[in-house]
Write a protein that binds this ligand. Sequence first.
Ligand code: ADP
Length: 160
Amino acid sequence: MRRIAVFPGSFDPFTIGHEGIVKRALVLFDEIIIAVGANALKKNYYSLETRKKMIAATFRDEPRITVDHYEGLTVDYCRKKGAGYLLRGLRTAADFEFERAIAQINRTIMPDVETVFLLTVPEHTSVNSTIVRDIIRSGGDASRFVPAVININDYKGEDL
Ligand code: ADP
């Protein structure tokens, strides 16, 4: 049975923190689907297509990673894809509390999808998309916070 994991998130933008979690998870799973949550009510800086492009560029040489998007419940998407695992990254105690509630509820809804957490490396603890986005929008250099293959200036955000 292939071990398929879904790594869901907003990825607005995809950072070295996200990249680190996915790379480490490759030893645990046969296939990882990075799934951008498309929430019509949530305003994002980067469009869905732009975020997917950034992620695809990051993992263009890794055939076991695919990029997709979904609407609705993450567990419903996992079922649709035949994924038995939901991958999430943890940085802080605040992340843990937030993730704990979601994982427990998800487990109630769909017991056969197991949430797997990877604790981030110390140097990525303070990397979060909101701060990276603020740097970019303010004209700063955010290149050290996004995957090395991404030239962030090639991707245009949208004014919110
Ligand atoms: P969401 O809106 O679903 O929280 P994010 O794009 O913010 O989407 O995060 C997706 C996942 O990546 C979450 O599990 C989050 O905890 C994790 N994550 C975000 N930043 C980091 C980081 N610097 N190190 C490790 N995990 C991270």
